[in-house]
Design a protein around this ligand. Structure first.
Ligand code: DC
Length: 227
């Protein structure tokens, strides 16, 4: 039996990882957060203090094991960096790091290998257009910039109750990341022609999860694939 693969792409803050994780758990598929892999590389690049704009400085990736474990932890060089990769310094540099050819040419094959043996839901920017072009189901998850900035702002306030956080700054950072992710040369964020768009601006998490599970099961059943 072929494995089922679900690609969920979309801009920062559209809710991809929350939704993908819940759908994967309900369907008993493996969840792969590809953004976390670029974040882990960014974390290490910042630790090493390399010039992140210089494509020739990423040779360290060859000797850098990255692991995503089923308890949603992210490891690099055997270090649990789950928390660190969500910090603002990583978040604000990851669009640059992930635009580098030397990074993508090493990370994308790792992602394809992860989809080889299991039913999976993979989220990112280029899953439906590049990593898993033949995915069983492709979803393009989006939301307005204002809604995405509001979600990030609330997330940061909860995580850092004592730090002053400015909504306009968060919104500007999201706009900047959207711009970098959609205009970069290599595998930019773009809706695949065969992706189904789901706008989450006015939906609850449960509503989005139900919508996407409906789409997945509809497609899987119409293909006659057993799940
Ligand atoms: O989904 P996220 O915010 O954790 O992603 C972090 C960055 O990684 C994002 O700015 C774009 C990049 N990314 C990518 O280029 N390709 C992917 N498949 C996933 C993420």
């Amino acid at each position: 039996m072929d494995h089922i693969s679900v690609a969920i792409d979309g801009p920062a803050g559209a809710g991809k990882s929350t939704i993908a994780k819940k759908c994967a758990s309900k369907l008993n598929y493996i969840y792969v957060d590809t953004g976390a892999m670029y974040r882990a590389i960014t974390y290490k690049a910042l630790q090493l203090k390399i010039d992140i704009n210089d494509d020739s400085k990423y040779y360290f990736i060859d000797n850098t094991p990255i692991q995503l474990t089923t308890d949603d932890k992210v490891w690099i060089d055997g270090e649990d960096v789950t928390k660190q990769i969500r910090e603002r310094d990583v978040t604000n540099s990851v669009s640059i790091v992930s635009s580098k050819q030397s990074v993508r040419e090493k990370i994308v094959p790792m992602q394809r290998a992860m989809a080889y043996n299991s039913d999976i839901i993979m989220d990112g920017r280029d899953i439906g257009t590049n990593v898993l072009k033949d995915a069983t189901v492709k979803i393009y998850l989006t939301a307005s910039v204002e809604e995405r900035a509001k979600r990030r702002y609330n997330e940061l306030i909860i995580k850092n109750p004592n730090v002053s956080i400015n909504y306009d700054e968060i919104k500007a950072e999201i706009i900047k990341r959207d711009h970098l992710d959609t205009t970069r040369k290599l595998n930019p964020l773009v809706k695949a022609h065969d992706a189904i768009e789901v706008d989450t601006s006015l939906l609850t998490i449960d509503e989005v999860v139900d919508t996407i599970i409906g789409i997945i099961l509809g497609k899987v059943n119409s293909n006659g694939t057993n799940i």
